[in-house]
Structures are given as C-alpha cells and as structure tokens.
Design a protein around this ligand. Structure first.
Ligand code: PGA
Length: 259
C-alpha cells in the first residue's frame, strides 16, 4: 500500500503577510520538485491565508486553517467557519491541537463537533490525538478513549480523507521530539484502531503523521516506522530551509515505500 507522504508547516500566530509571502518564495526555491512527491500543507494565521493562497497559486502547496468555529451560525463573534476557510482557499483544517484545548477550552466533544461540521462543509480534518501532560493511563487506553470521542459518528469514507497526527502534549516546544519508538507506537495504535473499526481499506489509506518538536536532524528516525506517513512542525516549519529539509526526508521515506 502506497500512501502519499505529507509534511505540515503550522505557523501558529507568527508570520505577517510580508513574512508569509517571503516564506512561500524561499520555501519553493529550497524545496524545488519535492512538492511533486510530498503533500506540503501550510497553516498560516487567518490574517495571512488569502495572501498565502495567492502566492501559492500554481504551486502544489496546500492550505489549512489552524482552527474553526464549532458552529455555522454567521452571528458567531470572533471566529472563522468551515465555509470561510474554504472560501479563502483551504482544503483542510487542524482540529484537536493541544494549545486550542488548553487556551480555548476545546474538549473531545467540541473537537468531534468541529470534525463533523468540517466534513459536512467539505473541509478535511487534520486531527491531532495524543496524550496530555497529566494523562497517566497507558498510551493505548488514552488514545482509544480519545479516538472514540473525536471520531464519533464519522463514516469510513470520511475517515479516509483525514490526516491524523499523533502528538503527545509533552513533546511540543521541546529541544527534541518523542522517541521514534513512541512515534511508531502512537501511529501504529491509531492505524490498528481504525482498522478494527472501519476495516482494511480505510486503515491502509488514511495518512498518519507525527508532530512535536520535529527538526530536520530527527526526521529520518521518526519516519522509520511504516505507519508514520509524514511530519508536522511549527518552530522548524516557519524556517523555509529547515522545513524544506524535513520535506526532503519525508520524500526519501516515501520513495522507499513499496506496494
Ligand atoms: P513545535 O510545535 O514543532 O514547535 O514543537 C508543534 C506543535 O505545537 O504542534
């Protein structure tokens, strides 16, 4: 089974419009034809989405929103709906990120509501699951409970369009990522859980990534498991050259995959 490898650069609240335009220019120069073999997805702040979409036209860079409202109500103050994300050029939206859980109060039920709304609108979720700093239960128990809640009510063909990221909260913003063994265990569990619930076709097609302190020098080891189809980076994702190097490692892993 060959899955198209994927690399995600999430800019969080960084990047003015001018910086975003410079990133697109410099990343394309550094990445060259890597974009032909890796799905590169960029998550700019809402204010830079339009400019980044314009600058990326004609390239294979894809855009995702960093979050979305749990409602379609246009009277909702200060938030962005799935419809508006699609309007500005997003194909995907990040849901379940630890910082949105901590700072904005999303729990598994709200994440599930957002997942369903995104799917209904035609936006593919990039869903983060992992263990929180304070969750002491064994990893499979934590992941199983979380997956059951955040994917509740989703159909097989919907799950297949998603990208799921195994991201332990404790691995965010550190000097080094989780170990390759932990990344493999997290992604491996997620794929087998999906296999049990939705069958082989979905489990073999859905793409899984690792996220949390990814840097070029760790990428190859993190990608050594066949269940890890890609990597997501924030701090190193904002640096076009460092991110291009991560994409290069992802491409190398992809070229090594076989049927
Ligand atoms: P980092 O952030 O790559 O800077 O550790 C990861 C994240 O917050 O998803």
């Amino acid at each position: 089974m060959t899955r198209r490898p994927v690399a995600v650069s999430n800019w969080k609240m960084a990047m003015t419009i001018a910086e975003s335009l410079a990133w697109v220019r410099d990343f394309q120069a550094a990445a060259g034809d890597l974009l032909d073999v890796v799905d590169v997805i960029v998550c700019p702040p809402f204010t830079a989405l339009w400019a980044t979409a314009q600058a990326s036209r004609g390239s294979r860079i894809q855009l995702a929103g960093q979050n979305m409202a749990p409602t379609t109500d246009p009277a909702r103050m200060g938030e962005i709906s799935a419809k508006l994300l699609i309007d500005v050029g997003c194909q995907r939206v990040v849901l379940g990120h630890w910082e949105v859980r901590r700072h904005l109060g999303d729990d598994d039920d709200i994440v599930n509501r957002k997942v369903r709304l995104a799917l209904e609108a035609g936006l593919a979720p990039m869903l983060l699951v992992g263990e929180g700093r304070d969750e002491k239960a064994p990893l499979p128990d934590v992941l199983q409970r979380r997956l059951e809640r955040v994917l509740d009510g989703c159909r097989a063909e919907q799950v297949e369009t998603m990208i799921l990221t195994y991201e332990p909260e404790g691995a965010i913003g550190m000097a080094a990522p989780a170990s390759p063994e932990q990344a493999a265990a997290g992604c491996g569990f997620i794929r087998e859980w999906i296999r049990e619930r939705w069958g082989n076709t979905v489990a073999d097609h859905v793409r899984l990534m690792y996220g949390g302190s990814v840097a070029p020098e760790y990428a190859a080891d993190l990608l050594s498991s066949p269940d890890v189809d890609g990597l997501g980076a924030t701090r190193r994702g904002r640096n076009p050259e460092a991110f291009a190097e991560i994409v290069r490692q992802v491409a190398r892993m992809g070229l090594g995959q076989s049927e």
